[in-house]
Design a protein around this ligand. Structure first.
Ligand code: SF4
Ligand code: SF4
Length: 164
């Protein structure tokens, strides 16, 4: 495998500042396992969950499910004490900042550190740890909804997207 700039590991410890959860526009795409966990945690059916917490985003492979934002760009699950679904937060959140786009280069990692005070500080995360997170993210199946189903998301049955 080619050398990665993070071969010697990278320092990161989350300060729980919430900067990545609020204050600016962005998408938090849900993987199938995220949707399963959140539906179970909240005890909701898909139409209700969708109406309260989601938006559909056309990404070129269909319509993907993202968490909604409030008008001030706070994530719909953010509360005064931080993430209200922390233990079951989406894998996009739990693997941050070890995303392929961010660890692609030292420059990208440094740039991401301008918005995340945990980057470059705290615990040393090994190359193996970083690669495990990259692999986990890749292995997750995205929730993709067809254009026809996207016209009436309130009629979508969870089993049809998650498989039963
Ligand atoms: S911006 Fe960085 S330090 Fe702040 S909550 Fe997000 S991951 Fe943690
Ligand atoms: S789900 Fe939780 S961790 Fe992820 S962006 Fe929303 S508030 Fe932040």
């Amino acid at each position: 495998m080619a050398d990665a700039f993070y071969d010697e590991g990278l320092h990161f410890s989350c300060t729980r500042c919430s900067a990545c959860c609020r204050g600016g526009p962005g998408y938090v795409f849900l993987a199938k396992s995220d949707l399963r966990r959140l539906l179970s945690r909240l005890g909701l059916d898909f139409p209700t969950f969708f109406k309260r917490y989601c938006v559909l985003v056309e990404t070129g492979i269909g319509f993907e499910l993202s968490l909604a934002e409030r008008p001030n760009y706070d994530c719909v699950f953010w509360g005064e004490d931080g993430c209200t679904v922390y233990e079951d937060r989406p894998i996009q959140c739990s693997t941050f900042p070890f995303w392929a786009s961010i660890v692609a280069s030292k420059e990208n990692w440094t740039d991401a550190g301008l918005d995340c005070p945990g980057i470059g500080k705290g615990e040393l995360r090994s190359r193996e740890y970083i690669q495990e997170l990259l692999w986990r993210r890749r292995a997750e199946g995205a929730v993709v909804i067809s254009a026809a189903a996207a016209l009436k998301p309130e009629d979508i049955d969870a089993d049809s997207i998650l498989g039963s």
